[in-house]
Design a protein around this ligand. Structure first.
Ligand SMILES: *[C@@H]1O[C@H](CO)[C@@H](O)[C@H](O)[C@H]1NC(C)=O
Ligand SMILES: *[C@@H]1O[C@H](CO)[C@@H](O)[C@H](O)[C@H]1NC(C)=O
Ligand SMILES: *[C@@H]1O[C@H](CO)[C@@H](O)[C@H](O)[C@H]1NC(C)=O
Ligand SMILES: *[C@@H]1O[C@H](CO)[C@@H](O)[C@H](O)[C@H]1NC(C)=O
Ligand SMILES: *[C@@H]1O[C@H](CO)[C@@H](O)[C@H](O)[C@H]1NC(C)=O
Ligand SMILES: *[C@@H]1O[C@H](CO)[C@@H](O)[C@H](O)[C@H]1NC(C)=O
Ligand SMILES: *[C@@H]1O[C@H](CO)[C@@H](O)[C@H](O)[C@H]1NC(C)=O
Length: 752
């Protein structure tokens, strides 16, 4: 996983129509001047965040084909030589045969046959002896063409820098290629060469960015011979399929190739500028390889003023970019909250995800998502955004293709007619990448989503803490199912609310989205558009699986890397885990509520906490009641609340209106001799999963001398292994501090 996002940018991006290019190696070659002119496009005429180039702007750009498809970019440096990246040609330590490759020159759009484009076979591929992988540097290759390229307005060589050439920090340069336009988002037809302006970043500035943990908590040590270009804030970058292509900078009317597209950590991510192979340090190597070839590449001297220009600041400011999305003045005042007003229906709440796009549930627009036609009344739709004096108009509605049958894909994107200026408000919410791992214990809030009802007690801040992936998955998943490890999208996200649901406070037909905070930045983590009785939603569909669709449609939604990596001791194991079998409801003498009566279960106790909620307790000795910690101590709180315990009346009298028993009854089993044994306590959020008491025997008996334990032989014979009833981590260690967190023993003070 650690190398997950270190991506050589050479994955097949497009596969042109077979036969689109005819090998024109036999066409006449024009006379070449002895001193090659370089770096001057004829005046006339992967890239992320870039745009279509004009034909003839980048006449040295070539496309390297293997098996009939574009694999990498390259640059023409002399009639018979192309410069590219080693990693395009080395697989598993072995250099691929030159015969498999061809070079397409003078091509602009790769869709269909083209006038002016011509193809050359590759006679030899040369790679430095010590190349051993992109991240170890020397990612450079030279291709000798079987016959010289036909130079013309669309085919011209670029200038190469000498070893002494300096590209100063901040220089505006251009990268070009036919690579992906975003992560996992290939260049669309007609495959027009893309260009993007990138700024050269000084070594120190770039290392400063890469020293900060990025995707997967990775940092990276840049090596000599590498060059960074891009922006700390990301968004414009090279991407898969751009590898080997040139980064060129204009000096004195000529274009010099400063870098070769090599690799990146994702594409266009914040604080992860593209890494290029610096060309200047390879002057000697290139000259050596092309020796005797006439005409060879041109290495014009840099003008002295430029070379001796500003000295590279040594104490460069180490300025990392901070997220531009997901900042709210306070919980509840969400600057991305959008209300979509469709004539004839209630407002639909959604979230601003970029300058121009709103994400909302597709179910807000019934009848408009099934047809391919845009809604006829789109002209009358309006969007209200915070701090905007007037409503915005809507240009387009793009429902998720699976919205009509998949609740987890109940999403639509609305494009505004005019982009809004982003500032403190409106400001977009951050969206997670697919590999985002919201840490257990993340602080979350609910936000309005879709056609939500007015909320009773709207002052409530609805604070929630995220349960672990294992916990959530096993509460809602199937027995024995394996749980997705961190880094794979979870099937659900479960919040545990600070205030448990209370009778009289119904959340019927309220739809919510789940916002979770990392380092002060809010992510839209989950969506839920299903009413769930009188309860607040217990499980949300994770939004992260939709990241690729959202960025494909919007081309600029604020997908943000994970910001919190401190997997503390509460963090989960990274290996795949399976869920334990659920215990049948009602097994072992457990009676479904509300059949609990004091007479029948004399050991049951009502534990009233802070005068507001009631937990189930169980009398284990004259002075001791056992209860689940999660019910007694609120999340994040370490102070013990005021507690009252009522014995001999559990279930006998109706609870006060505002009270509800918030923890499930314990699991009791009867032995053959007829004694009832406490076997398990319901785990947080569940009525079917129980933490086994067995492993806590030592802790309980040390604390409560008088507690009665049955000898192992006296245990109910059918009882499965302890681990079957409980999460593996709780079954593992007897009396471990971790397991002890889940049980609380209350000493009773005699009252009255
Ligand atoms: C890569 O090389 C290793 C060792 O040389 C070999 O075991 C492995 O099968 C190779 N993998 C591929 C995909 O060729
Ligand atoms: C490869 O060898 C050259 C010349 O010895 C050296 O300058 C360069 O740093 C080496 N590169 C790597 C990646 O080892
Ligand atoms: C993340 O990286 C930092 C710094 O490299 C390290 O201290 C921390 O332990 C890492 N966290 C995880 C969960 O790997
Ligand atoms: C760093 O940048 C800030 C603001 O751009 C500036 O005020 C400060 O002087 C810079 N520090 C150094 C060491 O360059
Ligand atoms: C829609 O569902 C199909 C089948 O499950 C899936 O292959 C496809 O990727 C989904 N589309 C999107 C945009 O997620
Ligand atoms: C956005 O802000 C800039 C300056 O802050 C202003 O010139 C421009 O008119 C604004 N655009 C819109 C659409 O409000
Ligand atoms: C919510 O649903 C419950 C049960 O279906 C019903 O008794 C109650 O009146 C509803 N509350 C509201 C506010 O609609």
């Amino acid at each position: 996983m650690s190398q997950h996002l270190l991506l050589p940018l050479a994955i097949l991006a497009i596969s042109p129509i077979p036969g689109a290019f005819q090998d024109s190696a036999l066409s006449p070659t024009q006379e070449e001047p002895e001193h090659l002119d370089c770096g001057r496009p004829e005046p006339s005429a992967r890239i992320m965040g870039g745009s279509d180039s004009q034909p003839g702007t980048w006449p040295w750009q070539v496309s390297l084909h293997q098996g009939g498809g574009h694999i990498c970019g390259g640059s023409l440096i002399a009639p018979s030589w192309v410069l590219s990246a080693a990693h395009c040609f080395v697989t598993n330590g072995t250099l691929e045969p030159a015969a498999e490759w061809s070079v397409v020159l003078g091509v602009h759009s790769q869709d269909g046959p083209l006038d002016g484009a011509h193809v050359r076979a590759v006679a030899a591929i040369l790679v430095p002896d010590n190349y051993s992988g992109v991240e170890r540097g020397a990612d450079v290759a030279l291709l000798r063409l079987a016959s010289p390229a036909r130079l013309g307005p669309a085919v011209r060589p670029v200038c190469l820098p000498r070893a002494s050439h300096r590209f100063v920090h901040g220089t505006a340069c251009w990268a070009t290629g036919w690579g992906d336009v975003q992560e996992a988002d290939p260049l669309p037809l007609p495959w027009v060469l893309q260009e993007v302006e990138l700024r050269v970043l000084g070594e120190a500035a770039c290392q400063c960015l890469y020293s900060r943990p990025g995707p997967f908590n990775l940092t990276f040590q840049l090596l000599p011979g590498m060059l960074c270009a891009g922006y700390p804030e990301g968004r414009r970058d090279t991407c898969q399929g751009d590898s080997g292509g040139p980064l060129v900078c204009k000096e004195g009317g000529r274009w010099f190739q400063a870098g070769i597209t090599s690799f990146g950590f994702g594409c266009g991510r914040r604080n992860r500028p593209g890494v290029f192979t610096a060309v200047a340090p390879y002057e000697a190597w290139i000259r050596e390889q092309v020796l005797g070839s006439e005409p060879g590449p041109a290495f014009p001297t840099q003008s002295p003023e430029l070379q001796s220009g500003l000295p590279e600041p040594t104490d460069e400011n180490c300025t990392i970019a901070l997220p531009e999305c997901g900042k709210a003045p306070r919980p509840g005042a969400w600057p991305w909250e959008a209300q979509v007003m469709v004539p004839g229906s209630r407002p639909c709440y959604g979230a601003l995800v970029s300058e121009s796009w709103i994400l909302a549930p597709a179910s807000c627009f019934p009848g408009r998502i099934s047809s391919d036609l845009p809604p006829r009344d789109l002209d009358n739709w309006r969007v209200m955004l915070p701090s905007r004096p007037r409503a915005e108009r809507v240009a387009r509605l793009v429902p998720h293709e699976n919205a009509s049958w998949d609740d987890a894909s109940n999403l639509a994107l609305l494009q505004l007619r005019a982009p809004v200026n982003l500032s403190v408000a409106p400001r977009p919410v951050c969206l997670p990448h697919p590999e985002h791992y919201f840490l257990p214990g993340s602080r979350c809030r609910l936000a309005r989503w879709g056609h939500t009802e007015p909320v009773p007690g709207a002052g409530s801040l609805l604070e929630a803490e995220l349960l672990g992936v294992w916990w959530c998955h096993c509460l809602y998943g199937r027995q024995g199912e394996s749980v997705p490890p961190p880094g794979e999208p979870p099937l659900a996200l479960c919040p545990a609310y600070q205030e448990e649901e209370e009778a009289g406070r119904c959340w019927n037909y309220s739809h919510w989205s789940l916002l979770c905070r990392e380092e002060g930045t809010w992510f839209l983590a989950g969506i839920r558009d299903l009413p769930s009785d009188c309860l607040r939603p217990r499980a949300f569909y994770p939004l992260q699986t939709h990241g690729p669709w959202i960025s494909h449609v919007t081309r600029g939604a604020y997908l943000e890397d994970q910001l919190a990596w401190d997997w503390g001791p509460e963090g989960e194991e990274t290996e795949t885990q399976t869920c334990p079998p659920h215990t049948e409801h009602g097994a072992c003498g457990l009676r479904p509520e509300p059949a609990l009566t004091g007479g029948l279960w004399p050991w049951l106790a009502e534990v009233h906490v802070a005068g507001e909620r009631v937990c189930t307790g169980i009398l284990v000795a004259p002075g001791w009641v056992l209860a689940a910690t999660h019910c007694i101590l609120r999340l994040g709180s370490t102070t013990v609340p005021y507690i009252e315990v009522y014995l001999g009346r559990a279930g006998a009298s109706p609870l006060p209106q505002s009270h509800q028993v918030t923890s499930a009854p314990p699991l009791l089993c009867q032995t053959e001799e007829g004694s009832w044994v406490l076997v398990g306590m319901a785990i947080r959020g569940s009525r079917e999963l129980f933490a086994a008491i067995g492993p806590e025997e030592t802790w309980i008996s040390q604390t409560v001398g008088e507690a009665h334990f049955l000898p192992p032989s006296g245990f109910p014979h059918w009882l499965p292994e302890g681990g079957d009833l409980c999460p593996p981590d709780m079954a593992r260690a007897s009396g471990s501090p971790r397991a002890a967190l889940f049980l609380l023993l209350l000493t009773l003070l005699i009252q009255g």
